[in-house]
Design a binder for this molecule. Structure first.
Ligand SMILES: Nc1ncnc2c1ncn2[C@@H]1O[C@H](COP(=O)(O)OP(=O)(O)OP(=O)(O)O)[C@@H](O)[C@H]1O
Ligand SMILES: [Mg+2]
Length: 336
């Protein structure tokens, strides 16, 4: 599976790509990480030492095949991995796109062509390929990631980041990429989470995961330590693990029954689970009708307990209605 990670500058593409790549490698999957940024940072984020990273030569554009109807490489992909790849911690294989060595060197068309060819030839389903893209939408306008199976757009909870995601999603929609998702990053509060969820709802985007803001990530970066190796950043690593679970297909060797059961679950829609009359019910209206039939205080308590965005606790309700928390529990139980 080939996953390209895109988004606005600084959104957390490299942090998420590196953490996801190492988690998948720890899980036993063969992983190739491609640094597709002309300002490369993926080696550091993966935990490759500066000395070793300096040996990461770009895959040369001369290997790109010009055959009709596609790109691809003129050498077998395994040979390319052996010749130009580095082994990062947990066995992740790292490839580089190449960065400008001099001013006024010209455009990076050939470097982009290399990434497109690598992606085309790295299509083996069991292998995870993570492409850490640069902030510019050029990877999309050039079609560099046309062979990606999934594009994950990293969104920070502010307007310009979300606007970038919207623009990039529109470009991806013109590529033959089957699956586009959004991953929230640097989420500091429920309001941040709501802003991204509301944005995804409004545009019909799939929100695949949400990664919290963490000072520990900043501290790890300052020390040049990968997030996955920094114990204080565990909540962020857990959130990336959840994102990975949502994005990655089951690994090879998963029993057929389990794979089939998951396929069935994923293909279910609301209409498969609910009968037609149930689908037509105005559920919110029915709740309102039911609440109107019970004692107003009990109705208020039920609303605060069950339907509030932040459910009110028994203690808070006890204080509000000047009764014990036990009494609130009784009223709630009776009303239900
Ligand atoms: N969840 C987080 N909490 C706090 N800081 C974070 C988080 N994720 C990333 N960062 C920090 O944000 C900065 C940018 O992250 P990163 O380099 O991963 O972004 P990027 O999208 O790859 O940037 P670029 O566009 O330059 O490639 C880094 O200093 C990183 O440590
Ligand atoms: Mg980056």
């Amino acid at each position: 599976m080939r996953l390209a990670v895109a988004g606005k500058g600084g959104a957390g593409k490299t942090t998420i790509s590196a953490t996801l790549a190492r988690l998948a490698a720890r899980g036993g999957r063969p992983v190739v990480a491609i640094d597709a940024d002309a300002n490369p940072n993926l080696s550091t984020a993966l935990g490759v030492s500066a000395g070793v990273a300096a040996r990461l030569g770009p895959v040369p554009p001369s290997l790109v095949s010009r055959r009709q109807g596609g790109t691809g490489l003129v050498e077998p992909i395994e040979a390319v991995l052996d010749s130009y790849g580095l082994i990062a911690p947990d066995g992740v294989r790292l490839l580089g796109m190449g960065a400008p060595a001099h001013a006024e060197e010209g455009c990076l068309c050939s470097a982009h062509a290399v990434v497109a060819s690598l992606l085309e030839d790295l299509g083996e389903p069991d292998r995870l390929v993570v492409v850490d893209m640069e902030a510019s939408p050029e990877h999309l306008s050039r079609g560099t990631v046309r062979h990606a199976d999934v594009v994950c757009l990293v969104a920070e909870p502010y307007y310009r980041s979300l606007e970038t995601v919207r623009r990039m999603a529109a470009l991806v929609a013109e590529l033959p990429v089957r699956h586009v998702v959004v991953a929230a990053n640097k989420v500091r509060s429920p309001a941040d989470a709501d802003a991204i969820a509301e944005f995804c709802d409004r545009h019909g985007f799939e929100l695949a995961g949400s990664v919290p803001w963490s000072e520990e990530v900043v501290a790890a970066d300052r020390q040049r330590v990968p997030v996955i190796d920094w114990p204080g950043a565990a909540p962020v690593v857990d959130a990336v693990a959840k994102l990975a679970a949502a994005l990655l297909p089951l690994p090879a060797g998963t029993p057929v029954d389990i794979a089939k059961a998951r396929q069935r679950l994923e293909s279910l829609s609301a209409s498969d689970i609910l009968s037609a009359p149930e689908l037509e019910l105005d559920v919110a209206g029915l709740f309102d009708d039911a609440l109107g039939m019970i004692d107003p205080r009990a109705a208020q308590i039920l609303s605060d307990r069950l339907f509030a965005d932040e459910p009110t606790t028994l203690d808070q309700l006890g204080q509000r209605h000047d009764v014990t928390r036990e009494r609130i529990r009784q009223i709630e139980g009776k009303a239900c």
